[in-house]
Design a protein around this ligand. Structure first.
Ligand SMILES: *Cc1c(COP(=O)(O)O)cnc(C)c1O
Length: 465
C-alpha cells in the first residue's frame, strides 16, 4: 500500500498523540470560560468536497483548529444547564481515549479470545454496586437512554406476546399491547413507535395532585381493573425531566401481587439518587422492576455516548429471543457461549464500558455521592435565587437537581428572554412547557458546577431582563 500521508502518520504516533494531548488540555482548561453557545449555521451549498489527496493528520488538525475548533461549545462545562447534559471526569476521558486506541469489538464471545465483554460484565457489576441493585439484573451498554428504553421495552414486548401465545420477535405483534404511563420521557414513546407497538398505543395515567408529575397509583389500579385480567406493560419514571419526580415504587411493587405486568423504570438520570444516602429513599422498591434504564453520559459524567439497560436475569430467554442474531444461533444457556450481540440491538460495538470502568474505579462510591450531592446543592441554590427575585417564579418545587421556572411577569416573553441569556454564551438552558406555561429548565448534573457558577449565571440573567 502506498499512501504517503498514512505511511508518514504511522511513523509519528508520538508526535501526533502529543499534539492532540496539547489540544485536549487547552480545551479542557478553557472549559469554564469557553462560550456555551455560538452563532453557527451550515449552508449545504458551502459544504466542502473531499480532495483527491489527503492532508495528513497534522494538517487535518491544523485545518480543524482554524475552521471548526473555535465553534465547539462548552457543553461539558460548568454552566451548560440545557437538556440534562453531563460533563466528563478526567478518568472517564482517559478510558474513552483508550477505548478508541484499543478499538475492540465488544460483540466477541466471553472467554473466546478477548476480554472486552468480560470488562463490560465487570463494569455492570460496578454499576449495580454503585446503585445498590441486586445481582439478578443483567446489563449491557448501549448508546443512550433512548436505546436503553428501546431494549427494555423490546423484551417487554416479547414477554407480553408470550402471555397471549404469540412470539412477537418471530411473528410480529398480533394484538394491541396495553401500555400505561403517567409522564413518560419522549424517548419511551419513540421506542413504542420503533417497536411497532405504536406511539399512540399507551394510556395516560393521572398524576398526583399538588404540582406533581408522579403517577397516581390509585388511578393506575382503576385502569388495570378495566383490563379484566389482561396483562400490560407499565413505564414508570425515576426522575421526570421537568421536575425530577419519582413514581412511588413501593406502591407499584405492591401491585405485583395482584396483577400480571412488565414493570419498566426509566431512571436515566434519576437513578443516580441511589448514590446519596440522603436521597436514595426515592428509589426504594425499584429493585423489583423487570427492567431499568440508566444513562451514563448524564449524571455519571462520562463522555457521549453511553447508557446501560438492566433487565432481570430471569427474562434472559425472552431477551435472546428478541435480539438473537440469526447468523449466530443462540445455544441453550445464555452464559455458555455468551455473546452480547444476542442481547441488545447492535452487533459490533466499541468498548463503551471502559470510560465507566475508569471513572468508577477512580472516584468510587464516595466520589459519586459527592458529584450527585453537589449537583443537588447547586440546583437548590439556584432555585433559591429564583424564588427570592421578583422577576422570576418557580413553576414547580425544585425536588432534586432540575430547576423549572419562568418569568414573574406573566405577560413577559419567556422564549425571547431565554434567547438573550443563551446568546451571551455564558450560560445555557433549555425551554420547556410545564402545566401549560412556557418555562425554562436548568438541569444540574455536571461535576464542575460550583456556587460561583450559579452566581455568575444569575447575574447574567438579571442583566438580560
Ligand atoms: C435523557 C433522557 C432520556 C433519553 O436519553 P438519551 O441519552 O438522550 O438517549 C430518556 N429518559 C429520561 C428520563 C431522560 O432524562
Amino acid at each position: 500500500m502506498n499512501v504517503e500521508s498514512l505511511t508518514q502518520d504511522a511513523q509519528q504516533w508520538e508526535i501526533l498523540l502529543r499534539s492532540i494531548t496539547t489540544h485536549s488540555v487547552d480545551f479542557l482548561q478553557s472549559l469554564p470560560e469557553r462560550p456555551t453557545s455560538v452563532a453557527s449555521s451550515v449552508a449545504k451549498e458551502s459544504l466542502p468536497l473531499l480532495p483527491e489527496r489527503g492532508l495528513g493528520a497534522t494538517n487535518a488538525l491544523a485545518e480543524f483548529e482554524e475552521r471548526l475548533a473555535q465553534k465547539i461549545v462548552a457543553s461539558s462545562g460548568p454552566r451548560y444547564w440545557g437538556f440534562v447534559t453531563g460533563g466528563a471526569t478526567p478518568a472517564a476521558i482517559m478510558g474513552d481515549w483508550l477505548a478508541s486506541v484499543f478499538d475492540q469489538n465488544t460483540q466477541a464471545t466471553v472467554g473466546q479470545g478477548d476480554v472486552s465483554a468480560g470488562i463490560e460484565l465487570e463494569t455492570i457489576q460496578l454499576m449495580r454496586s454503585l446503585l445498590g441493585l441486586p445481582d439478578y439484573f443483567f446489563g449491557g451498554f448501549v448508546t443512550g437512554a433512548t436505546m436503553s428504553n428501546f431494549t427494555c421495552l423490546a423484551v417487554a414486548r416479547q414477554w407480553y406476546g408470550k402471555t397471549q401465545q404469540f412470539d412477537a420477535a418471530k411473528e410480529g405483534i398480533k394484538t394491541p399491547i396495553p401500555i400505561f404511563s403517567a409522564t413518560p420521557h419522549s424517548s419511551s414513546i419513540k421506542s413504542l413507535a420503533m417497536l411497532g407497538i405504536g406511539s399512540q398505543q399507551f394510556s395516560v395515567v393521572e398524576v398526583l395532585e399538588g404540582n406533581r408529575e408522579a403517577m397516581n397509583v390509585a388511578d393506575l389500579e382503576e385502569k388495570i381493573q378495566a383490563l379484566n385480567g389482561q396483562p400490560f406493560i407499565l413505564i414508570s419514571s425515576a426522575g421526570t425531566v421537568n421536575t425530577v419526580d419519582y413514581d412511588d415504587f413501593q406502591a407499584i411493587a405492591a401491585l405485583r401481587a395482584k396483577y400480571q405486568f412488565w414493570w419498566h423504570i426509566d431512571a436515566a438520570f434519576g437513578g443516580f439518587a441511589a448514590c446519596s444516602p440522603q436521597y436514595k429513599y426515592l428509589l426504594s422498591g425499584w429493585e423489583q422492576a423487570d427492567s431499568i434504564t440508566i444513562d451514563n453520559h448524564k449524571w455519571m459524567n462520562v463522555p457521549y455516548d453511553s447508557a446501560v439497560f438492566l433487565v432481570q436475569e430471569k427474562h434472559q430467554v425472552l431477551q435472546t429471543e428478541t435480539f438473537q442474531n440469526s447468523n449466530a444461533p443462540y445455544l441453550g444457556n445464555p452464559f455458555e457461549n455468551f455473546s452480547y450481540l444476542n442481547f441488545l440491538p447492535e452487533n459490533s460495538r466499541r468498548l463503551r464500558a471502559l470510560p465507566v470502568w475508569f471513572t468508577l474505579k477512580a472516584y468510587g462510591k464516595e466520589g459519586y455521592q459527592a458529584i450527585v450531592e453537589n449537583a443537588i446543592a447547586m440546583a437548590q441554590a439556584f432555585s433559591q435565587r429564583i424564588e427570592q427575585h421578583e422577576a422570576f417564579a418557580l413553576l414547580a418545587p425544585t425536588r432534586l437537581n432540575n430547576v423549572c421556572f419562568t418569568l414573574g411577569n406573566t405577560t413577559a416573553d419567556v422564549p425571547a428572554f431565554l434567547h438573550r441569556v443563551n446568546a451571551t454564551g455564558k450560560v445555557f438552558m433549555t425551554p420547556t412547557v410545564y402545566g401549560g406555561q412556557k418555562g425554562i429548565r436548568a438541569a444540574f448534573v455536571n461535576w464542575r458546577t460550583s456556587l460561583e457558577d450559579v452566581e455568575k449565571a444569575f447575574t447574567i440573567m438579571e442583566e438580560c431582563l
